[in-house]
Design a protein around this ligand. Structure first.
Ligand code: DQA
Length: 150
């Protein structure tokens, strides 16, 4: 049996509040529910997922750095740091790992500052606007990239 693909799933600031945070924008699903569903989808696809959420940029950077050599890919919702964080982008690049960026909301249909991402151009792909399904779709894309699909 082939080795499970190891995927690090990163959730940025304020995503710990999902379920109660602006439910009209982000829905009623909690982060724990998202992680559970994603873990099941990963298992079915032969991947083993590790999850990390932090409200602190430095902690996110340290967790991302630790993924080099320990994971095959990174699925990340950088949340508000998407639009501002050079250090998060640099940390992702430093791993040399393929990255998929996901967002629950359609960031292009909101305030104009959300249309800028410092992560998108270093990601192999971006999924946004599908609520919790963005994560599942992003995982499918990342795994298919790792399997060498164009
Ligand atoms: C988000 C979109 C970001 O603009 C926002 O700052 C978030 C969540 C999303 O998943 O839709 O915190 O990344």
């Amino acid at each position: 049996m082939p080795e499970a693909q190891r995927i690090l799933v990163i959730h940025g600031p304020n995503l710990n509040l999902l379920g109660s945070r602006e439910p009209d924008v982000y829905g009623a699903t909690t982060l724990a529910e998202i992680d559970r569903a994603l873990e099941a989808a990963g298992k079915e696809a032969g991947a083993s997922l590790e999850f990390f959420q932090s409200n602190h940029e430095g902690e996110l950077v340290e967790r991302i750095q630790a993924a080099a050599g320990a994971a095959e890919g990174i699925l990340i919702n950088p949340a508000g740091l998407t639009h501002t964080s050079v250090v998060l982008r640099d940390a992702l690049l430093a791993t040399g790992l393929p990255v998929v960026e996901v967002h629950l909301s359609n960031v292009h249909a909101r305030e104009s500052f959300r249309r800028t991402s410092l992560v998108s151009d270093v990601a192999v792909g971006v999924v946004c606007g599908f609520g919790p399904a963005s994560y599942r779709l992003g995982l499918t894309g990342l795994l298919s990239h790792l399997q060498g699909s164009p």
